[in-house]
Design a protein around this ligand. Structure first.
Ligand code: HDE
Length: 761
């Protein structure tokens, strides 16, 4: 009180946190000027326009770093303390009465430590529990003000910080990354006008049309409740029972059974907002919009046999890949594209744009590129950032609004609701990773874990005692919902029903299947075969094949053959006898091959097999050349550590055949040196290594000596049709030209022309 009276801060060590400008208390009733709340001094994210909204994309830097500094802890050179800041003298022994005596209840240090530990876990997300996050920025290419006043799209070069979390859906927090599953692609934009969360998936459609069915869907796909199995897998009775009874799932099933559901990397998959949203401009005019993220590295996937094996050897495969790409400077980058269309156009489409089981073919409404997102910084702390981040479809900003998609409506409710129990109360927006960079002022108060210390006695509006503050922003600055007209026919009134076009469950499933390349179609059939083969109830299997007959007779036949089903069941009755004629019957954009990417071999994992007697000089030149091109080369030997080269010196193996098997790599370089080849050809792990590389369609660089290794592994030099296998690159001599040819071949991702079913090797 004395300090205040003297105009001095009450807590001299924290002047700014207590709202004092230059250490002097403001006069009552005078609000604090924003500069006193700059990052570093503030307990809340408030006005700090400078560091986070700069005009130039900070390649390699990250604008979200600074504001979080206030909560970052670096213990370098610091002494150990309790949570109350009391220095701890001994962190090894509990307090006892005599060295062999009982532990004393008074040991507050032990009790604090154990108590905190006991509560270290929070509930995992009910879906999307397993995820990996990264910081980055979004940069706008050109003003989009014609369509939207949303802050990230206001001017060319405008940079908005983002945090992204990728996830699987079905599995628990500790489950594997490479499950066959949808991937979450959730982006939090920390805009000048509040947080905008674009909570999307890597697949542009969904299983169901109405939020009412979401708990049923999730109960069906999660491990079966009686025995808790299977983990992170849809290949079980309850899932297929449900979806085969829900024909609206069929389109989504085509995507989930395609290679899209086993991406090679989070950096090589697309992302989609799924629902139709609205853009709103300064004049209040609105258009519909669908959001698309396209990876610069191209769309690349795993093959199933590879995904299964990876899940055993490295359940963190995607998490590690994301981390390593960012650490090595191969920043994952995605282009944001929008499909913009009007209400009138929407009415003419053969499908309903409120139906989340439908896409808008790109041939009908082109995707316009509007900006790019670069992920350039790993989180400092997995729990504090990736686990505590809370996304929500209700987090929109002026310029973005909703459509009446009934699935979206349920989501707008669900996310906030789930965070309240997951993050322990209504103040999760104050957790640093969730706090907006835009200032937060309102009259919401108290609750669990409140961080803000609100000054003054006014927490209501209208008020006169605080000069009416915080005041309503009004229609010009504030968020105003689009006064969309409701198209309900008068006679309908309140209904529980769906629009008619929602009932066309198959046209777009067929469109998807017919737009795939032959190898992608083969993988879809194999995925259905695998999943349905795991069912214990034959009737469910049959019902699913009956449903597939409405998508494609060829597909249904292939799946039935794979299941030993001699006669095809009758097709399931269709809900809509005469669906509207589709605008597009083929959409090449739906094939993964449509986007090979521009990154060459950057971030590709390349194994260089080695054993005693390998040509060490060549090996080192190859490692250097591959690293130069941005790939991640690793020498893999029979053991880690020293390998004696043909030249008599040693090279160090980074990994062993045992700890990093072949399927973890995108390609392999085989060594030169007859002795090394003989050693590898006598090693079952090395043979499996190259067999997996071959079976999964990878590129192998094969010097003359190494042909013996391929022969031993039973790998044919020719493709099934007798032509030369383009993925087996011959390599001789000093190897420079060969390595060049190898790199170009690796950039093609895979050689599916090698595939046979069942595999030859
Ligand atoms: Fe979600 N979803 N969802 N979802 N969803 C959650 O929110 C929900 C849907 C998506 O990395 C939950 O914070 C309902 C579609 C992602 O933290 C929960 C419905 C799409 C993430 C929830 C859907 C998504 C979630 C669980 C149907 C693609 C992870 C934990 C009406 C457009 C975000 C949480 C992260 C997470 C509800 C359908 C994407 C329970 C009710 C469609 C990427 O609130």
């Amino acid at each position: 009180v004395q300090a205040l009276a003297a105009g001095m801060p009450s807590n001299p060590t924290k002047p700014d946190e207590h709202g004092f400008v230059n250490g002097v208390a403001p006069k009552p009733g005078v609000s604090i000027a924003p500069p006193s709340r700059l990052p570093g001094a503030s307990t809340l994210s408030e006005a700090n326009a400078s560091a986070k909204t700069g005009g130039v994309a900070p390649e390699g830097g990250n604008p979200t770093v600074d504001p979080l500094d206030r909560v970052r802890v670096d213990s370098t050179g610091q002494r150990l303390t309790t949570n109350q800041g009391v220095p701890i003298a001994d962190n090894q022994n509990s307090l006892k009465y005599g060295v062999r005596g009982p532990v004393l209840l008074e040991d507050f240090i032990l009790r604090e430590k154990i108590t905190h530990f006991d509560h270290e876990r929070i509930p995992e997300r009910i879906v999307h529990a397993r995820g990996s996050g990264a910081h980055g920025f979004f940069e706008c290419y050109a003003p989009l003000t014609q369509y939207t006043k949303a802050a990230p799209f206001r001017e060319a070069g405008k940079v908005t910080p983002v945090f992204v979390r990728f996830s699987t859906v079905q599995g628990e927090r500790g489950s594997k990354d490479t499950a066959r599953d949808v991937r979450g692609f959730a982006v939090k934009f920390y805009t000048d006008e509040g947080n905008w969360d674009l909570v999307g998936n890597n697949i542009p459609v969904f299983f169901i049309q109405d939020a009412m069915k979401f708990p049923d869907l999730v109960h069906a796909v999660k491990p079966e409740p009686h025995h808790g199995m299977p983990q992170a897998a849809s290949a079980h009775d309850t899932f297929w029972d449900f979806v085969s009874l829900m024909p609206e799932s069929t389109h989504m099933l085509m995507w989930v059974m395609s290679d899209r559901a086993i991406p090679r990397s989070y950096a090589t998959m697309q992302g989609f907002g799924v629902h139709s949203y609205r853009f709103v401009n300064e004049d209040g005019d609105s258009v519909f919009v669908k959001f698309h993220w396209t990876p610069k590295a191209g769309t690349h996937s795993l093959v199933w046999d590879e995904a299964v094996k990876i899940s055993g050897a490295d359940p963190d495969y995607h998490r590690r890949d994301l981390w390593e790409r960012i650490e090595s400077g191969n920043y994952p980058e995605y282009e944001l594209g929008v499909q913009v269309f009007t209400e009138e156009e929407a009415e003419r489409f053969s499908f309903d744009i409120l139906d989340a089981t439908k896409i808008i073919p790109e041939e009908l409404v082109p995707v316009q590129p509007v900006g790019r997102m670069v992920l350039n910084r790993n989180p400092d702390n997995f729990f504090a950032e990736t686990e505590q981040v809370a996304f929500c479809t209700a987090h929109v900003v002026p310029g973005i609004d909703f459509s009446n998609d009934p699935l979206l409506a349920g989501r707008i409710h669900s996310y906030v609701d789930t965070q309240i129990s997951r993050l322990g109360g209504p103040n999760f927006h104050e957790i640093p990773i969730n706090a907006p960079i835009a200032p937060v002022h309102n009259n919401q108060r108290d609750g669990m874990h409140r961080q803000a210390i609100h000054r003054g006695r006014v927490s209501y509006e209208p008020n006169s005692l605080a000069g009416g503050c915080p005041f309503q922003a009004g229609a010009v600055q504030g968020f105003v919902s689009v006064p969309a007209r409701i198209a309900a026919k008068a006679e309908q009134g309140k209904v529980r029903a769906k629009p008619e076009k929602f009932a066309d469950h198959y046209t777009q499933a067929t469109l998807f299947y017919e737009s795939q390349s032959p190898v992608e179609q083969a993988h879809i059939a194999q995925a259905f075969r695998f999943e349905l083969s795991k069912l214990t109830v034959p009737a469910v299997r049959e019902r699913m094949v009956a449903s597939l007959r409405n998508v494609s007779e060829t597909l249904a036949r292939k799946v039935a053959d794979g299941l030993g089903m001699r006669t095809l069941p009758e097709p399931l009755p269709r809900a809509l006898a005469k669906p509207a004629k589709p605008e597009v019957r083929q959409s090449p954009a739906l094939s993964l091959l449509a986007r090979p990417g521009e990154m060459g071999i950057r971030a590709r994992m390349v194994a260089l097999l080695a054993a005693d007697g390998a040509d060490g000089a060549l090996l080192q030149a190859q490692v250097a050349a591959l690293a130069d091109q941005g790939a991640a080369p690793r020498i893999v030997g029979p053991h880690v550590g020293a390998i004696t080269t043909a030249q008599g010196d040693t090279v160090q193996a980074d990994a062993s055949l045992e700890n990093e098997p072949g399927f973890l790599f995108d390609a392999v370089v085989l060594p030169q040196g007859a002795e090394a080849i003989a050693a590898l050809a006598a090693n079952g792990q090395a043979l499996e290594f190259v067999k997996d590389q071959y079976r999964h369609g990878k590129t192998l660089l094969v010097p003359a000596d190494a042909r013996a290794l391929l022969e031993q592994a039973g790998i044919p030099w020719e493709l099934p049709d007798g032509s030369a296998d383009p993925g087996l690159v011959p390599g001789d001599g000093d190897g420079e030209a060969a390595l060049q040819a190898f790199a170009q071949t690796v950039a093609r991702h895979r050689h599916p022309e090698r595939e046979t079913d069942p595999p030859r090797v």
